[in-house]
Design a protein around this ligand. Structure first.
Ligand SMILES: NC(=O)c1ccc[n+]([C@@H]2O[C@H](COP(=O)([O-])OP(=O)(O)OC[C@H]3O[C@@H](n4cnc5c(N)ncnc54)[C@H](O)[C@@H]3O)[C@@H](O)[C@H]2O)c1
Length: 286
């Protein structure tokens, strides 16, 4: 029956019972995140659990950190859902994204253990600071292997499993460094890798739109994680410089990305593909 304003009564009931748009829900979506043992990847997992996801796979190089992360997420879920763990599946999978074989095996495990895969976030990445003239070639190769090839293998193996499902959302974690050159620290290969990730998202989006698979890029500004804490160790001046260069005057907390990653993962963004969303406190706006 149509209610006032053209909404069906079912629709108005569901709007009344939910404080947010139902399309943001990740209930019934299987999510997998690379680089999930810590930092932004772990924060994305937390946001997914908060948004109704009950089937989650964490992929990372560091086995010990993975175990800790899975334990932490189970405790987090139990705390926010009053102890209900019966339907919850959170698995850790050791995976080096630079190895195509590893990524294939990991995605097979995700689908084998969780039944399907609806959302994949490629968050594994590293940064290093050397001037271009001093950058050891082997280090530059490794960085590009993780940040570019690793993201490509992850997206491709995700899509191969999503194509038969005729749906999926893939989110590549870029950086504001895809758009600007960071100062004062020097990091040319990193900046180039993130520009590659941004354009990879657009290119894959065009290739896979026909399969209803969306590919988007989330580009954070300076966020406080292990990655940036390592750079900032013993350099209070550098943190102050970064804050001064950011119009909002602070570094981001990883949870500042929570709502954005849920939007990008969920059906709330179902007509968005090939896009980049910057969450950088205004850094790129000046
Ligand atoms: N922290 C920031 O300020 C910031 C800003 C912009 C973009 N980013 C991007 O966000 C992503 C996550 O960064 P973070 O700050 O959480 O870093 P982090 O160092 O805290 O975490 C990165 C995770 O990736 C894993 N990893 C590294 N190499 C891997 C490999 N070969 N295979 C599998 N896993 C691997 C690490 O073990 C770690 O758990 C990166 O792609 C980074 O470039 C971070």
């Amino acid at each position: 029956m149509a209610a006032k304003g053209g909404f069906s009564s079912d629709m108005t009931d569901s709007i009344r019972s939910s404080p947010i748009l139902p399309s943001f829900s990740l209930a019934n979506k299987v999510c997998a995140v690379t680089g999930a043992a810590r930092g932004l990847g772990l924060e994305f997992c937390r946001a997914f659990l908060q948004s109704g996801c009950t089937s989650l796979a964490l992929l990372d190089l560091r086995a010990a950190d993975l175990d800790l992360a899975v334990t932490e997420l189970l405790a987090f879920h139990s705390a926010i859902h009053e102890g209900k763990l019966d339907e919850l599946k959170v698995i850790g999978i050791e995976c080096n994204v630079t190895s195509e074989e590893n990524v294939i095996a990991a995605m097979d495990k995700v689908v084998g253990e969780l039944g399907r895969v609806d959302v994949v976030v490629a968050s594994a990445g590293i940064v290093e600071n050397y001037s271009a003239l001093d950058y050891p070639a082997e280090r530059a190769k490794l960085l590009l292997d993780i940040n570019v090839n690793g993201v490509f293998y992850t997206a491709r193996e995700a899509a191969r499993r999503m194509i038969p499902q005729k749906s999926g959302s893939i989110i590549l974690i870029g950086s504001m460094s895809a758009n600007i050159v960071n100062v004062p620290q020097l990091q040319t290969p990193y900046n180039a890798s993130k520009a590659a990730v941004k354009h990879m998202a657009a290119s894959l989006a065009v290739e896979w739109a026909q399969h209803n698979i969306r590919v988007n890029c989330l580009s954070p500004g300076y966020m406080l994680t292990k990655l940036t804490r390592t750079i900032l160790e013993g350099d209070a001046e550098l943190k102050a410089t970064w804050e001064k260069l950011t119009p909002m005057g602070r570094m981001g907390e990883p949870e500042d990305l929570a709502a954005t990653i849920v939007f990008m993962a969920s059906d709330a963004s179902k007509f968005m593909t090939g896009s980049e969303i910057r969450v950088d406190g205004g850094y790129c706006a000046i």
